[in-house]
Design a protein around this ligand. Structure first.
Ligand code: UDP
Length: 493
């Protein structure tokens, strides 16, 4: 890299305001800083508070990393004060206001860029902030997109967009996505909103996201190449080679305090949580959590809780119920659910220290909504999954887990329920389906053991990929070299 060394490069990271997007960007910042580049992460006050202790610890340890606070225009967009992250919306009916606020961020970010000296050598920007493309263009900064998805998903989405195959079949009839290394089937009702719009959709926004992502200089992916054999190369062909798989980013966490504080203030003390595990046999516990945004209806939560109870395994159930929580609490107390399951259930109301839990040897399986971060965190922990996709690209992740990687069993979810949509009868997943999937994943027979073996093997591969000489470690170096070349060209003009 003759000319510009990493310590003379400045990366600006701009995450989208939702836990599943900020969390991996904070990890990414640490990874980049460990490779010597200066990293600034732009956050609005709520996320600034959520992440400042983790980032400060990294800075104190000597990493060239810092936070830059910007204002979030909640009030101008008709949002309650302090409502700055998708998980804090009192109702998903306000999602349109949230996008208005995000659009208003453009002027605020431009003001900050005006003040920045030196100007960033590169901006890594979440694709869900499409307006930032304008700012990068204005300041002539190379923009790399981050979309928090896998190459598998990227390729499926691209091939659907180009082929439009989903438009030619009735919405409940399965079709095969063309041009993939494996025969992957979906129905239209399982697809992300771009192909399967919900009741209150924002098509224009989705189209803008798609367009600005395709115009970005390149894409960073939170995945590792060995996980997605075949899919990475195909996606690279579409993107002219500029795809850097640099994950799993959660493996950047190397101490228990960072694990315990990851993403938000946990609603359970880490010590209390670890104590609960004390008497549990290795691999005996199933951990159930549906991410930071999903809100199950009360009847659906009840099916989940009863399915877990019926499986007879010790379990941790994370309850993130939003407006349904009153009804769910009423059911829990009237049924005596907590008392009945006290010996073997830990109910976490609010935020769970997920990566800390997944790293405990007593955990044997993860019931997940297949958000990409959770999916990868399960892979890193070498755990098989019970897959319960709900919305977004989660049905696509489920296919990768169950069909391609063979490390999961689905609960049989058939229809996406987009954020903000009411319960759909056809999307109901009954307790016996949940029980059956949990039993299969936790099974000690031949099939269960083989699934576990595969998951553990992938976990080892994940860890190798981020070590010196591993594929993700190499990709970070290639990304930095690429940006260094651009910076040098710019200097010599
Ligand atoms: N998470 C957590 N505790 C919780 C819920 C979520 O630590 O109680 C973390 C989880 O480890 C993951 C992220 O939040 O890193 C959720 O991202 P994902 O892509 O899995 O799902 P999303 O929340 O975006 O639907």
């Amino acid at each position: 890299m003759a000319g510009i060394q990493p310590e003379h490069l400045n990366f600006l990271l701009i995450p989208f305001m939702a836990p599943g997007h900020v969390i991996p960007m904070i990890d990414m910042a640490k990874v980049l800083a460990r490779h010597g580049v200066n990293v600034t992460i732009m956050l609005t006050p709520l996320n600034f508070n959520r992440f400042s202790s983790v980032v400060n610890r990294a800075a104190v340890s000597g990493l060239p990393i810092q936070l830059l606070q910007i204002r979030f225009p909640s009030e101008e967009a008709g949002l309650p004060v302090g409502c700055e992250s998708a998980d804090t919306l009192p109702s998903y009916q306000l999602i349109h206001n949230f996008f208005v606020a995000i659009k208003l961020l453009l002027a605020i970010v431009e003001e900050k860029l005006e003040e920045m000296n030196p100007i960033p050598s590169c901006v890594i920007c979440d694709k869900h902030l499409p307006w930032m493309a304008e700012a990068c263009k204005k300041f002539e900064i190379p923009r790399v997109a981050f979309d928090g998805m896998s190459c598998f998903t990227q390729l499926v989405m691209h091939n659907l967009y180009v082929s439009k195959i989903h438009e030619s079949v009735p919405e409940t009839v399965p079709f095969v996505v063309p041009g993939l290394p494996d025969e992957i089937e979906f129905t239209k009702l399982q697809l992300p909103g771009l192909f399967n719009p919900g009741t209150s959709d924002f098509f224009e926004f989705r189209e803008q996201v798609r367009l600005t992502e395709s115009q970005a200089y390149g894409v960073v992916v939170n995945s590792f190449e060995e996980l997605e054999n075949g899919y990475v190369d195909e996606f690279k062909k579409i993107r002219g080679g500029k795809v850097w798989s640099i994950g799993p980013l959660s493996l950047s966490i190397d101490d228990n305090l960072d694990r315990a504080e990851r993403g938000n203030q946990a609603s359970i003390d880490a010590a209390q949580c670890l104590k609960w595990f004390d008497s549990r046999r290795p691999g005996s516990v199933i951990y159930a959590c549906l991410g930071s945004l999903a809100r199950l209806s009360a009847p659906q939560f009840l099916e989940l809780a009863l399915g877990l109870e019926a499986s007879n395994h010790p379990f941790i159930l994370v309850m993130n119920a939003g407006s349904e929580s009153k009804e769910i609490e009423k059911w829990i107390s009237e049924e005596g659910f907590e008392e009945r399951t006290r010996e073997r259930c830990l109910l976490i109301r609010g935020w769970a220290p997920q990566v800390l839990i997944l790293s405990h040897p007593a955990v044997g399986g993860f019931l997940t909504h297949c958000g990409w971060n959770s999916t990868l965190e399960s892979v890193c922990a070498g755990l098989p999954m019970v897959t319960y996709p709900l919305f977004g690209e989660q049905f696509l992740n489920e296919k990768l887990v169950v069909q391609v990687l063979k490390i999961g069993v689905g609960v049989g979810a058939r229809v996406a329920i987009h954020l903000g949509e009411q319960e759909k009868p056809e999307a109901k997943v009954t307790r016996d389906r949940i029980q059956a999937a949990v039993e299969m994943v936790m099974d000690q027979g031949e099939e269960g053991c083989e699934r576990r073996r595969m998951a553990q093997e992938l976990g080892k591969m994940a860890k190798r990929s981020v070590k010196d000489g591993g594929s993700s470690c190499l990709n970070i170096k290639l990304l930095i070299e690429d940006i260094a070349k651009l910076a040098k060209q710019k200097k010599s003009v």
